[in-house]
Design a protein around this ligand. Structure first.
Ligand code: AMP
Length: 389
């Protein structure tokens, strides 16, 4: 998802620049002003409530704004991202927007501030008033709107300046030039975006080989906590010794150790296009930990894939593997295989269920040959890459 807010005084050219942004980045446009004017024209309860405030050039209440934004977001669950015009308009609304973004498991990537001096705004709005038919495009109300902007809206900039995702653009230049500068700023954000995938599937579903192939194909870092633990043991590192002790005692490796390994991998791969997590998170606790790790790196999960393979087929595959030299210590007996499948059902399925409530989980048929499954998974990933293009 790509989420952008366009900021600037009335008459800065936000509407004009929006048209270009929506088309180029395939965003859903939310203009609180347009929505309010529509409500007003249809004389809805909400429109009538806002009417006198809009006519005076004041700001309507946050309650009304939250209602209309929530409704619009809810009605467009498949949007690639949102372009906000006229919101957030107060520093309170900046906090509200952060909250709404968390609910959508996304964030505001960039606030673009189109800067225009007051007299230029007045000149443009008076000109627009000759044809717009807007009840607030007249001299007195325009001054009021600009006063509201100075007093209530400008503090929003401090919020985003502190967060570091704000870009000022000079709005008193040719429209085309403003557009070019905006697209340079947005492209920079798009380039920074990572693709972080969590790959789920029962033992034997092909997660390991697929995960590795996907990482290579899309230039992502493969994060397999199991592999990382094995590597520590075989290298005989300090961590590896601790892990081995746990393994030998039949204990689970603690979350403290796994967090250190994931953090290290993420720091080492600072410039990665993204990460693909396999075998993590395995428990609800670990799902919260992963959210925490990603948050810390200002990243989010963009895609969740679940490989779906029937239980009988899983048992068949694991049993076959146990007879080859690829046999893992944990595949070496039927009892162990059953235990792993049970662990997956009892501990990991609830994690997938949790994700299904907040994310779009792509369930991919994991039977058939490797190439076919790889094709299905690639199609899922490419649809997400498109969303970031
Ligand atoms: P605009 O089309 O963005 O210039 O908005 C027109 C009018 O709608 C404003 O002068 C406000 O009265 C109202 N309005 C639009 N967006 C908001 C908002 N986010 N918060 C409060 N009032 C708003």
């Amino acid at each position: 998802m790509l989420n952008i807010a366009l900021f600037g005084p009335p008459g800065a050219g936000k509407g004009t620049q929006s048209e270009f942004l929506i088309k180029k980045y395939n965003l859903f446009y939310i203009s609180t002003g347009d929505i309010l004017r529509k409500e007003l024209a249809e004389e809805t309860k909400l429109g009538l409530e806002a009417k006198t405030i809009i006519a005076r050039g004041g700001l309507v209440s946050d309650e009304i704004i939250v209602q209309i934004i929530e409704k619009t977001i809810k009605n467009n669950p498949d949007a690639n991202g949102f372009l906000f015009d006229g919101f957030p308009r107060t520093f309170v609304q900046a906090y509200i927007l952060e909250g709404l973004m968390i609910k959508l498991n996304t964030k505001l990537d960039l606030l673009i501030s189109i800067e225009v001096p007051e007299e230029e705004s007045v000149k443009r709005l008076l000109l627009r008033g000759e044809t717009s038919g807007r009840l607030d495009d007249n001299d007195e109300v325009i001054r009021n709107r600009l006063r509201e902007y100075d007093e209530k809206t400008k503090p929003v900039l401090d919020f985003y300046r502190e967060k570091g995702n704000y870009k000022a653009i000079d709005g008193v230049q040719e429209i085309k030039k403003v557009t070019t500068e905006i697209s340079i700023a947005v492209n920079k954000e798009v380039e920074k975006k990572q693709l972080n995938i969590v790959l789920f599937g029962s033992p034997g579903s092909g997660r390991g080989s697929l995960g590795r192939a996907i990482a290579e194909k899309y230039n992502l870092e493969f994060v397999s906590t199991g592999d990382m633990l094995d590597e520590e043991i075989s290298k005989g590192t300090e961590l590896g010794k601790q892990v081995k002790e746990k393994y030998d005692n039949g204990q689970l490796v603690s979350d403290e150790i796994v967090i250190q390994l994931i953090e290290r991998k993420m720091k080492q791969s600072n410039n990665a296009k993204g990460f693909i997590f396999k075998g993590y998170p395995r428990t609800l606790v670990q799902s919260y930990i992963l959210d925490g790790i990603l948050m810390k790196h200002d990243a989010i999960i963009n895609k969740i894939i679940e490989l779906d393979v029937e239980t009988l087929e899983l048992v068949r595959r694991l049993d076959n593997r146990s007879k080859t030299d690829q046999c893992m210590p944990y595949d070496s007996s039927t009892a162990k295989i059953v235990q792993r499948l049970e662990d997956h059902t009892n501990k990991t399925i609830p994690v997938i269920e949790k994700y299904k409530e907040i994310h779009d989980v792509a369930v991919v048929n994991g039977t058939d040959c490797f190439e076919d499954v790889m094709g299905r998974v690639s199609a899922e990933i490419e649809s997400s890459f498109r969303a970031l293009d």
